[in-house]
Design a protein around this ligand. Structure first.
Ligand SMILES: [Zn+2]
Length: 254
């Protein structure tokens, strides 16, 4: 049932793209005149010809949103909800299975955040700055610390409905904070290891190279849906979505 829904919603995008004069629910790229910078790691891999069939520049599920690819408008997509948190209907099946299987494996987890509008992102950002100030930072320190972990409005992929913050209850119930050292727990380790089986990648991995590519510090809780094949490929080749996008764009212009 769930699978059928996912397939239908994926096809919906394709059908619209082909038959509807390229009107897609999501554009692959957010509005931007800035082309993404090729990284050496991505160009090294550009010789690879074993990309999944779904690794296509017009695959809306692979939409790239970051500081260089800003979403200046709200996307039009069906939303699902869990415990009052919204996300794209496209990921409802995979996300529920991911969380159910984590629970079955003895690692219940909490969906902390999903879809966020641009306006809400603004609010989250301002609140975080204020919290840092309350914790004793100067305003400029607070802003710097906030911008290292929270995307500026329009640059957050939470706006796509395809990104979720998921944290093991082992950590979340105790600290109620999104902290990278949650990855010390067995539960978060399980989530990170198994995410690709459900089509999710850990979007901001723990390495200097990844940080350079994404511009975002390591986040052990932020998972992005890209589909199972793409998630497995990206994880196997240690590619960020920025690098994967470069690889696909390179491929598609050949
Ligand atoms: Zn997040």
């Amino acid at each position: 049932m769930k699978y059928k829904n996912i397939i239908l919603s994926c096809m919906g995008v394709v059908v619209l793209g082909v038959g509807g004069g390229y009107i897609m629910q999501r554009q692959h790229h957010a509005t931007s005149s800035v082309s993404s910078t090729s990284s050496s790691r991505a160009s090294e891999s550009s010789q690879k010809v074993d990309l999944p069939d779904t690794a296509k520049a017009d695959n809306a599920t692979l939409i790239l949103v970051n500081k260089q690819h800003v979403l200046d408008h709200e996307l039009d997509f069906e939303k699902s909800e869990m415990n009052g948190i919204q996300y794209s209907q496209e990921i409802d099946g995979p996300l529920r299975k991911f969380l159910n299987d984590a629970k079955k494996a003895g690692h219940p987890a909490t969906l902390v955040s999903g879809y966020r509008s641009k306006k809400y992102q603004e609010q989250v950002l301002n609140e975080n700055v204020q919290q840092n100030i309350n914790n004793g930072m100067t305003e400029s320190e607070a802003k710097k610390a906030t911008h290292a972990v929270i995307q500026t409005p329009g640059a957050s992929e939470h706006q796509t409905g395809l990104a979720v913050d998921v944290m093991t209850d082992e950590y979340w119930k105790q600290y109620h904070q999104l902290e990278s050292d949650s990855d010390k727990t067995e539960g978060q380790k399980w989530l990170i290891k198994h995410a690709p089986d459900y089509g999710f990648v850990l979007r901001y991995p723990k390495s200097e190279a990844a940080k350079k590519s994404t511009g975002i510090d390591y986040e052990s809780w932020h998972f992005r849906y890209v589909g199972v094949e793409n998630a497995k490929y990206m994880t196997k080749h240690k590619l960020t979505l920025e690098e994967y996008d470069d690889l696909i764009q390179g491929q598609s212009t050949k």
